[in-house]
Ligand binder design. Structure first.
Ligand code: ACM
Length: 654
């Protein structure tokens, strides 16, 4: 890449540099500023080709959108009218009639442009006009999202902002996605999120060109879908006792505690969500998680289990019900499985699938299949009989029998069957689409066996994991930092790309109690995942991505969408010296930060010692406090690391 960067430019002030994006001869834009300076062009996910031109388009006070095929483009027109109109206070109108004075032209091609496919677009901005061209309405919509990101960040405001020059740099962009399945999973079962909150989640996804919202609608803690003919699913199954603290070890509810925490969606609510998502080119993938994770259904209809004690079961309130000490699958302490040997279960699932299939037009239906404990099945006479009758040798095969029958039900109702990767173990048909979560290797294996695969592996895509050290993050059993998420490649070497539909991030909500925290867990890792599924692999670059991420923090601030600042928190590594002292190494994910520290309990700032080499912890210290700065500005959170915790992390060897 040859840069047209003059040495003079280097001597001018930072803010001036920020205005001068330099064009490389190969069409890539190079931003010469350091990570933190503002750049006019900071698009996430990074487009395929960006060519910056001279000059700007300035939004006039009366904005005219010209869309010849206006009926097909109504979503993009409405979106633009609202999203340009509110923050600017300008008048935005649209016309289908030919117009020479149009400011924004939305053009659907007459002849297919093979390069950009069904979701790609060309965006051209000149001082006179903005033109977005695409083969399909989805492409126009994604072009509109890019356009929004080229406007000043105040365009994200929910109210009018005065005294902003609403300008857009002149530019030529050609863009299309790497993968067709670009998803986020939102677990609305562990904690319930209202219809309005789900819409808020969709609004945020849309900015980053996600096109699938996977709703995890049922689990041990709640059944969230109204099913006609099974009213107890939502009268009983949608409610538990609120607890806070460490999930899995919550204080078990007392028999007389009111079960009033939770909620559910009526079928009308869900149809409304489907329509809301569709208007934003998002499909909703519903998940009904069976045969495991089914305690809410069993507490409502104990006859779906083949365990007689199930009549006493209650919807889980986060108390311990599984023993993971032997690894997966877990040992169940209560039987949270639907019984594969019980015909009533298949009748029940037929009703559920029939109704869910009518609500959600998306072609796939996700039926769970993960983490089904087998220990209750092992001692059950009905299961033993089933095994004999069907010649099943293992519990995995019992689950395989269940999954194959379930796939037939799903197919009968016109849908394609998708499930978590465990279902491969019991033998499923090749038409089962697999969502690979335990590791990339299950997805790779599934693709080798010609299953369609969506990659959502824990090691890159689990949005419930902590984003930094557990002394600052809400505690979860594992961590996943932004830079690691950014390494996600849904199409690993050696796999036939034709079987990889795409990738997605999964937000489980055991420890997520409200929508603000759901957003905190999703962003900025959701930026990294969006870029992993949309942008060309060869354009991915952590440093460049992080500089754009920081600009998007500013946009999310204005949009009032929460995000985690955890990327600025230092990483602690603790060792023992030969003579038994604690030695702490600090590092950061981001390059240009300084770390200041104290051992004397006071709060460090930029006048305190700067971290330059591993720290020996003084013998009588009780807290190591650290904070990151960029220049003179505090940027990370104050982290208070108890020396007791450091001792735990590097125990003295006896
Ligand atoms: C999963 O995380 N149990 C799919």
């Amino acid at each position: 890449m040859k840069l047209l960067l003059s040495s003079m430019l280097l001597s001018v002030s930072l803010s001036a540099i920020a205005q001068s994006t330099v064009i490389a001869t190969d069409g890539m834009v190079f931003n010469p500023t350091a990570n933190h300076a503002h750049s006019e062009i900071a698009i996430i996910p990074e487009p395929v080709t960006v060519i910056k031109q001279e000059g700007h388009f300035i939004l006039p006070q009366s904005i005219l959108i010209h869309a010849p095929k206006s009926t097909e483009l109504k979503q993009s027109i409405t979106f633009l009218q609202e999203r340009l109109g509110i923050p600017t206070g300008y008048f935005v109108s649209s016309t289908a009639a030919a117009s020479t004075s149009a400011n924004i032209k939305l053009v659907l091609t007459d002849r297919n442009d093979a390069l950009i496919g069904s979701e790609g677009y060309h965006l051209q901005v000149t001082p006179q006009q903005i033109t977005i061209t695409a083969n399909k309405p989805a492409g126009i919509f994604y072009g509109v999202q890019t356009l929004m990101q080229l406007l000043p960040k105040e365009i994200e405001s929910k109210e009018e902002v005065k005294d902003i020059k609403w300008q857009i740099p002149c530019i030529n962009i050609t863009d299309y996605p790497r993968l067709g399945w670009r998803g986020l999973m939102f677990d609305v079962a562990r904690h319930f999120f209202t219809k309005e909150e789900v819409k808020q989640y969709i609004d945020a996804m849309v900015r980053y060109k996600y096109n699938i919202l996977h709703l995890h609608l049922t689990d041990d803690e709640g059944w969230r879908i109204e099913i006609k003919g099974y009213p107890k699913l939502t009268e009983v199954g949608a409610w538990n006792v609120k607890r806070v603290g460490t999930f899995g070890n919550f204080i078990p509810p007392k028999p007389d505690e009111p079960r009033n925490y939770g909620g559910f969606y009526t079928q009308e609510d869900l149809k409304e969500l489907v329509a809301y998502a569709k208007d934003r080119f998002v499909n909703i993938l519903p998940e009904v998680d069976v045969p495991g994770h089914s305690l809410a259904a069993i507490a409502s209809y104990p006859e779906l289990s083949c365990t007689p004690e199930a009549v006493n079961y209650k919807v889980r309130s986060g108390e311990r019900i599984m023993d993971w000490s032997r690894g997966a699958p877990p040992l169940a302490m209560v039987d949270n499985t639907l019984c594969p040997a019980n015909e009533k279960v298949y009748e029940f699932l037929d009703t559920v699938v029939a109704q869910v299939a009518k609500i959600f037009p998306f072609e796939y239906m996700h039926m769970g299949g993960d983490e089904a404990p087998h220990n209750y099945w092992e001692k059950n006479p009905q299961i033993a009989e089933l095994m004999k009758r069907e010649n099943l040798k293992t519990m995995a095969q019992v689950q395989g029998y269940f999954e194959r029958r379930l796939e037939k039900i799903v197919a009968k109702h016109g849908k394609r069957f998708m499930a978590w990767d465990e279902v491969l173990e019991g033998g499923v048909s090749q038409s089962t689409a697999v969502m690979s979560w335990r590791d990339m290797k299950y997805g790779v294996e599934a693709a080798k066996n010609k299953h369609e695969v969506v990659m959502s592996p824990t090691q890159y895509a689990y949005l419930d994991y902590m984003q930094a050290d557990e002394i600052t993050e809400p505690k979860v059993y594992k961590g996943l930092r932004l830079s690691r998420t950014y390494e996600f490649d849904p199409v690993p070497e050696g796999v036939d790309p034709k079987y990889i539909k795409g990738g997605q991030g999964n937000l489980w909500t055991e420890q997520v109690y409200n929508i603000r925290q759901a957003e905190y867990m999703t962003w900025p890792r959701g930026f990294a995942l969006a870029e992993s599924v949309w942008s060309p692999k060869e354009k991915k670059n952590w440093k460049n991505f992080f500089s754009r991420t920081e600009q998007h923090f500013g946009r999310l601030d204005i949009a009032e969408t929460k995000y985690a600042p955890s990327v600025y928190d230092p990483i602690f590594n603790v060792k023992r010296t030969a003579d038994g002292k604690l030695l702490v190494t600090l590092s950061t994910e981001v390059e240009d930060l300084d770390i200041y520290y104290s051992f004397d309990n006071s709060f460090p700032d930029q006048f305190y010692p700067k971290y330059t080499e591993p720290l020996v912890v003084p013998i009588d210290a009780n807290t190591l406090r650290v904070i990151t700065y960029r220049g003179k500005k505090p940027i990370g959170r104050m982290m208070n690391m108890p020396v007791e915790e450091l001792n735990k992390r590097a125990p003295i060897k006896k």
